[in-house]
Design a protein around this ligand. Structure first.
Ligand SMILES: NC(=O)c1ccc[n+]([C@@H]2O[C@H](COP(=O)([O-])OP(=O)(O)OC[C@H]3O[C@@H](n4cnc5c(N)ncnc54)[C@H](OP(=O)(O)O)[C@@H]3O)[C@@H](O)[C@H]2O)c1
Length: 265
């Protein structure tokens, strides 16, 4: 049985990826959908033209993926696609967001992504694909979004190294690095702070970003960056020393969208 596994499938780019895989890859007989919100997974499942298995699990908790591990062991599927899209960010400087929230970001964005990847890998045959959602935040440290950007730098670094490790097995790994995208991500991120105005101006459509990600992954690209603005940002971060860019950030701090500043945690 050929399957795809998608985390973060209840909304945003994870949901878009599940829809694309279901529509375009007839060889996939099941998609396994992972997120906490069961009602959302059921709604998506009803709309997809393939069979699904739903895993309503909180990736921020210890032992969360036991049910996934058990199902893999029981059914021994061939996992053709693994999409790691589950993740979240909390805006705020050190001291403005709680240490527990920062630890939770690291657990969901880094630890669970790594655990799921390494649990699923033994079930991935040659020519299968892994899409890991990093972010353009991985290209440069982000004061005011520091922990989130650091988790995404981890995802980018891990994905690139994994890609090299898996070359012999012909498994392609793509790190997806979008800039701001119009999803529920910012409803959660803005619980602890306010996004800068410029991010609102360059927000991309989640369907377009997901389509580009799947296309880049099929083309075997190591990094998928959507749009000219983020491609330019990546180039800037590659050619200029980060210390310079952080100094510019310090001299010209980008104004918050809401002058009243961050909300209470
Ligand atoms: N939107 C952006 O601007 C942007 C930019 C660059 C990168 N990204 C990254 O792209 C990925 C997808 O984000 P998105 O924009 O599509 O955001 P989104 O709409 O908020 O989707 C996030 C997904 O992650 C799941 N998730 C979050 N915490 C979880 C937990 N503890 N356990 C299980 N699932 C959890 C959510 O499901 P439940 O809430 O149902 O659990 C949801 O399905 C994330 O990794 C994000 O960091 C986003």
């Amino acid at each position: 049985m050929n399957i795809a596994i998608v985390t973060g499938a209840s909304s945003g780019m994870g949901k878009e990826c599940a829809e694309i895989l279901a529509d375009r890859f007839s060889g996939i007989s099941e998609i396994w959908l992972i997120a906490r919100r069961k009602d959302r997974l059921e709604k998506l499942s009803d709309s997809l033209p393939v069979k699904t298995r739903l895993f309503s699990i909180d990736l921020g908790t210890e032992g969360a993926i036991h049910t996934l591990q058990a199902e893999l062991k029981k059914t021994s599927p061939r996992v053709r696609f693994l999409v790691n899209a589950a993740g979240f960010g909390a805006i705020g400087k050190a001291g403005e967001i709680s240490a527990d929230l920062s630890a939770s970001m690291i657990r969901v964005n880094c630890e669970s992504l790594t655990r799921i990847t390494e649990t699923v890998l033994p079930y991935m045959p040659v020519n299968s694909r892994i899409l890991n959602f990093a972010s353009a935040a991985a290209f440069l440290p982000q004061p005011g979004f520091a922990v989130y950007a650091a988790t995404k730098a981890y995802v980018l670094s891990y994905s690139r190294a994994l890609r090299t490790e898996l070359k012999k097995r012909k498994i392609a790994v793509t790190a997806v690095c979008p800039g701001p995208v119009r999803t529920e991500f910012f409803d959660i991120a803005e619980k602890t702070g306010v996004i800068p105005v410029y991010k609102k101006l360059v927000m991309a459509d989640p369907g377009r970003v997901a389509r580009t990600a799947v296309r880049d992954c099929m083309a075997g690209k190591s990094v998928s960056v959507y749009g000219i603005t983020m491609k330019g940002f990546r180039l800037l971060c590659r050619v200029l020393p980060h210390e310079w860019l952080l100094k510019i950030w310090d001299i010209f701090p980008l104004k918050d969208a809401d002058p009243s500043g961050p909300e209470a945690v």
